[in-house]
Design a protein around this ligand. Structure first.
Ligand SMILES: CC(C)(COP(=O)(O)OP(=O)(O)OC[C@H]1O[C@@H](n2cnc3c(N)ncnc32)[C@H](O)[C@@H]1OP(=O)(O)O)[C@@H](O)C(=O)NCCC(=O)NCCS
Length: 162
């Protein structure tokens, strides 16, 4: 079935939140409020993937000129600068039923195009050790362990230079 990728809109809030809760541990999933803020304040950096009219994947983000992306408040777009040089991915989520079919790869390719269009210089994200290989295959470089201790986990900072 064909994956249709488009920018998110506030009307997607319920579906995107359900997806977030289905894909992440409760302690790591974004709050509904933060998803709403990301959809309403930075829809340029929020893409959703639909199959048969149902949202099965999303990527959302904020933007900043800062290089330190560990600030928890930033997840609610406090400190977001729409013209910032860095675009920071908060969530990459694919519905468990649709995982391992190349959907994250397709969404991440589109996210690179979107980021180029809005003239960002770098895409940054934090991931756990098991996903370093996946992001490296997508062209990201590993900047090493991040200062973030979110959810008491060890996070790695990955960067893609546009
Ligand atoms: C991680 C996630 C986004 C991958 O989505 P997906 O659509 O299954 O990924 P793809 O099918 O495009 O796979 C891309 C590559 O990454 C690999 N990969 C996918 N999930 C992986 C995982 N959990 N661990 C390690 N490698 C993984 C795939 O094997 C594939 O490699 P290949 O090209 O050699 O086959 C999805 O499993 C998910 O939503 N997980 C829960 C949320 C999460 O952890 N998100 C990432 C942190 S923000």
């Amino acid at each position: 079935m064909e994956l249709k990728i488009r920018n998110g809109k506030v009307e997607d809030l319920e579906e995107s939140f359900i997806l977030e809760r289905r894909t992440f541990l409760e302690c790591e999933a974004a709050s509904k409020e933060n998803i709403k803020i990301r959809l309403s304040e930075f829809s340029d950096g929020f893409i959703v993937g639909e199959i048969g009219g149902k949202i099965v994947a999303h990527i959302n983000s904020g933007s900043t000129n800062k290089d330190d992306i560990t600030d928890e408040e930033f997840k609610g777009l406090i400190g977001h600068e729409s013209g910032g040089k860095n675009i920071v991915i908060f969530s990459v989520a694919v519905d468990p039923q649709y995982q391992k079919q190349g959907i994250a790869s397709e969404m991440m390719r589109e996210f690179i195009e979107v980021s180029k269009k809005i003239k960002k210089k770098n895409i940054l994200l934090l991931c756990k050790e098991n996903l370093i290989g996946m992001y490296e295959k997508m062209g990201y470089e590993n900047n090493g362990i991040s200062a973030s201790t979110h959810g008491n986990a060890v996070w790695y900072e990955m960067v893609y230079s546009l």
